[in-house]
Write a protein that binds this ligand. Structure first.
Ligand code: FAD
Length: 465
């Protein structure tokens, strides 16, 4: 049996399924091949389940600390099975939503493993073992990524985990070592300390969240330590020293010395590897460079009717990036003239408590690009709504071009900043100046007042500090 399509999408994660919806809106006859579950990493092993657990951890921590709000709950306890059940309920609901959207868009979904067998031909090994052939004008590769491990620190189902296994834990251990203090490592550290574990983060770089603005990293480190997370930086974990027995032990090299660490479990969060295997890349001339598929700005690979988007092409491995790349790719296939994605305008969020969010250049990046910069900073402790929330740590920092006053970058750490960053993303899209941001009326009392004040602070004109 064979079927004809304008586009066959291999991988139904955020990148793949959003591309499919847009392709169908554009009138393209579209198929998605998914070997696991529609929604991919983000929905089943990433964004959504991790945020569901983070929210439970936050509610647990707030309930225990209710006294400062005058709420006394003497016996707060955690039912981790319910925590996991709630997470499953949310993902299941969203999964059904994605299935419904694809059905509504008249998109054919093939549950099975897709394999490119030549230009315009994809074979699908269906989950029921049947094999079918799809003929198509274009192929979109959206096969995503998987957790990277360090040789010797592979997940073992008992002591060593990646985020995939951690999300499925049936019960919480008493303590954990987290190898890697990047975005995923810090989200887990924040969540697990709030659930009451002893948490140690071991990071190779000299600071956690090393891709964030330095001042944000420093504040994040201070606030994580204040919550009780032990943070070790400039430390290289030595996988060959891993010991298992009553929990795990491992050594890390720090300033020429080998320092031992131990805990009940170890979580490895050292990045993600693009999924390049098992879908017939060898039957194409698609170029792979440093572990990711190479594309042009419209996501065409070196074989022009094979496109690739999302985690499999590297760069910013984020769900909203994957979906935007996919939209551009299918619009290009349909003969539209989409504007290429400006990656400096992508907002990045970290859902720890407190949260971190940023868009644009860090102060160091702006200086390295030759800008003369000025900055404006404003703390949440001077914002009424933050005090009302009882979450007054952190600040907003704006990086502005000295000459034109244009916003170059915005960096925030504090309560709900992931919901506030889009204002600054829009400001950047519209080339706004700091004074235009300051003239935007921020209602009182809101957390966003910190943005208005930071904009005023660029000129030393902040009102409440
Ligand atoms: P994926 O979502 O990985 O989807 C790829 C799909 O392809 C999978 O479903 C896979 O089964 C399928 N597939 C692979 N090979 C084949 C084949 N041969 N045939 C058929 N199907 C195939 N991003 C954010 O923006 N915000 C967050 O808060 C966030 N939190 C995260 C938390 C964690 C713990 C993790 C691990 C990631 C997080 N991410 C977050 C990143 C986000 O999940 C990814 O950037 C996003 O899922 C990438 O989408 P994608 O479509 O490229 O790939």
């Amino acid at each position: 049996m064979s079927q004809e399509y304008d586009v066959v999408i291999i991988g139904g994660g955020t990148g793949g399924y959003v591309s499919a919806i847009r392709a169908s809106q554009l009138g393209l006859k579209t198929a998605v091949v998914e070997k696991g579950k529609l929604g991919g990493t983000c929905l089943h092993a990433g964004c959504i389940p991790s945020k569901a657990l983070l929210r439970s951890a936050e509610v647990f921590a707030n309930a225990k600390n209710g006294e400062k709000f005058g709420v006394i709950a003497p016996e707060v306890s955690l039912d981790f099975r319910k925590v996991q059940a709630r997470k499953e309920e949310i993902t299941d609901r969203l999964f059904k939503g994605v299935q419904h959207l694809l059905k509504k868009g008249k998109i054919d979904v093939y549950e099975g493993k897709g394999r490119i067998i030549g230009a315009g031909n994809v074979s699908v090994q269906l989950n029921n073992e049947e094999e079918i052939l799809l003929n198509c004008q274009n192929i979109l590769i959206a096969t995503g990524s998987r957790p990277r491990t360090l040789p010797g620190l592979e997940a073992d189902g008992k002591y060593v985990m990646t985020s995939d296994e951690a999300l499925q834990m049936e019960e919480l251990p008493g303590s954990i070592l987290i190898v890697g203090g990047g975005v995923i490592g810090i989200e887990w550290a924040s969540m697990l300390i709030d659930f009451g574990l002893e948490v140690t983060v071991i990071e190779y770089a000299d600071r956690i969240l090393p891709t964030e603005d330095k001042e944000i990293s420093k504040e994040a480190q201070r606030l994580m330590k204040k919550k009780g997370v032990k943070i070790v930086t400039g430390a290289k974990v030595l996988p060959e020293t891993l010991g298992k027995g009553e929990g795990v032990s491992i050594k890390a090299e720090q300033k020429g010395k080998e320092v031992p660490y131990s805990a009940d479990k170890l979580l490895v969060s050292v990045g993600r590897l693009a999924n390049l295997e098992g879908f017939g890349l060898e039957n194409t001339i698609v170029e792979v460079d440093r572990g990711v598929i190479r594309t042009n700005e419209f996501y065409q690979t070196s074989e022009s009717n094979i496109y690739a988007i999302g985690d499999v092409i590297g760069g910013l491995q984020l769900a909203h990036v994957a979906s935007h790349e996919g939209i551009i790719a299918v619009e290009h296939m349909a003969g539209e003239n989409p504007a290429p994605l400006d990656y400096t305008l992508v907002s990045k969020c970290i859902y720890s408590s407190p949260e971190v969010a940023s868009v644009g250049l860090t102060e160091d990046e702006a200086v390295a690009k030759g800008y003369q910069v000025k900055t404006g900073k404003f703390p949440f402790r001077a914002i009424g709504k933050a005090l009302v929330f009882g979450e007054a740590d952190g600040f907003v920092k704006l990086v502005v071009d000295q000459e034109s006053n244009k916003l170059l970058g915005a960096h925030m750490i504090g309560p709900h900043v992931t919901d506030m960053i889009t204002e600054l993303g829009l400001a950047q899209v519209l080339n706004a100046t700091s004074m235009e941001i300051a003239h935007t009326i921020h209602p009182h009392p809101t957390l966003a007042e910190a943005i208005g004040e930071a904009a005023l602070a660029v000129e030393g004109k902040e009102l409440h500090a």
